[in-house]
Design a binder for this molecule. Sequence first.
Ligand code: SF4
Length: 79
Amino acid sequence: MAFKDASNPSGPVTLENGLTVAVDRTLCIGCGGCTAIASNTFGLDGEGKSTILDTADLDASTVINSAVSGCPVGAISVN
Ligand code: SF4
């Protein structure tokens, strides 16, 4: 698994579409919902926390926003 920003796997990371995505690792419960909805953008690391993948630019912003809305604990922020 390759991260968009290897030095900052859970972001914040700014994508080519201008969105800056970040996962609050203290909130993430590793449910995998975001990885199912936006599979190019999110992946769980070895600690079961969501990270932003190097393929994130392949997902449309609408898909990423759906993943944000679907997070049960509000761990993902997009600006
Ligand atoms: S949907 Fe939210 S809680 Fe679930 S893995 Fe993604 S960031 Fe973590």
